[in-house]
Design a protein around this ligand. Structure first.
Ligand code: NAP
Length: 252
């Protein structure tokens, strides 16, 4: 039976890949799910239907997390649904074509940092204003999607993308300490190589598949395996876990 007051989790980039798997996992755990997406409304709508089939509320919210006004409007539209924002998953993220530093452009760096870093900062800010007991909120949990690339650095592949995830890790640790006294737990998840569409965008599709033999577990990960970690960090079962960076990477 549906609970009378919605506890919303907002998942950015929720229309496919890790975000979509997280939406379904969170719905199964009893969350009402707000699905943000950039372009693919049909995929977001179909996923919302799957969430509702699990007995939870769902809303789809189009917004480019790189756009400050669109992010603000997205949170206002979620406010208008009623209930409270209790969870945020900063999952929206992009890569760029495989390249060495010498040939990268400032435009590429700006886009990567706008989406992966500033997008995460903006959504954390909007969520903190709603969740923090300092602002009359009832607390909550935030999970930021980083990457094992933050540690390895992705030399010769995309050092700029790896640098964005290093920034996400540092933000996660700092914000966790800033907000825990106000009822908000902030943590991060650092996936290894997961089977999603993201690798096609960088031209790494075949290389990602071929990397399986270099991973100690000898296979790529599945989006559902990352979603499981995210859902745990969002849950009360992780009540003492603050500022953790949880690697979900098959030993990589
Ligand atoms: P994906 O399959 O490419 O999905 C990306 C999602 O983000 C889509 O829902 C997309 O929406 C959305 N999105 C892209 N740009 C956006 C923007 N500017 N504003 C709002 N939404 C946007 O990616 P994924 O593999 O699931 O990755 C999810 C996260 O995990 C990312 O942060 C990524 O860096 C991280 N990660 C992934 C891997 C991996 O191997 N897959 C490894 C380490 C870390 P549309 O479909 O509407 O465009």
């Amino acid at each position: 039976m549906m609970s009378p007051v919605s506890n919303w989790v907002l998942i950015t980039g929720g229309s496919r890949g890790i975000g979509a798997a997280t939406a379904l996992r969170c719905a199964a755990a009893g969350w009402d799910v707000a699905i943000n997406y950039a372009r693919d409304a049909a995929a977001a709508d179909a996923l919302a239907g799957q969430v509702r089939a699990l007995g939870r509320r769902a809303v789809t919210l189009q917004a480019d997390v790189a756009d400050e006004d669109q992010v603000a409007t997205m949170f206002e539209r979620l406010d208008a649904q009623g209930g409270r924002l209790a969870g945020l998953v900063n999952n929206a993220g992009i890569v760029a074509p495989v390249a060495r530093l010498e040939v990268m452009t400032t435009e590429r760096w700006r886009r990567l940092f706008e989406v992966n870093v500033l997008g995460t900062l903006r959504c954390c800010q909007q969520a903190a204003r709603r969740m923090s007991t300092r602002h009359g909120g009832a607390g909550g949990a935030i999970v930021n999607l980083s990457s094992r690339a933050a540690e390895f650095g992705s030399a010769g592949i995309y050092v700029d993308y790896a640098a964005t995830k290093g920034a996400v890790d540092t933000l996660t640790k700092g914000l966790a300490r800033e907000l825990i006294g106000e009822g908000i737990r902030v943590n991060g998840v650092r996936p290894g190589i997961i089977e999603t569409d993201i690798h096609a965008a960088s031209g790494m599709g075949a290389a990602a598949a071929a990397a399986a033999s270099t991973i100690p577990i000898q296979r790529l990960g599945r989006a559902e395996e990352v979603a499981e970690a995210i859902a745990w960090l969002l849950s009360e079962a992780a009540s003492y876990t603050v500022g953790a960076l949880l690697d979900v990477a098959g030993g990589r």
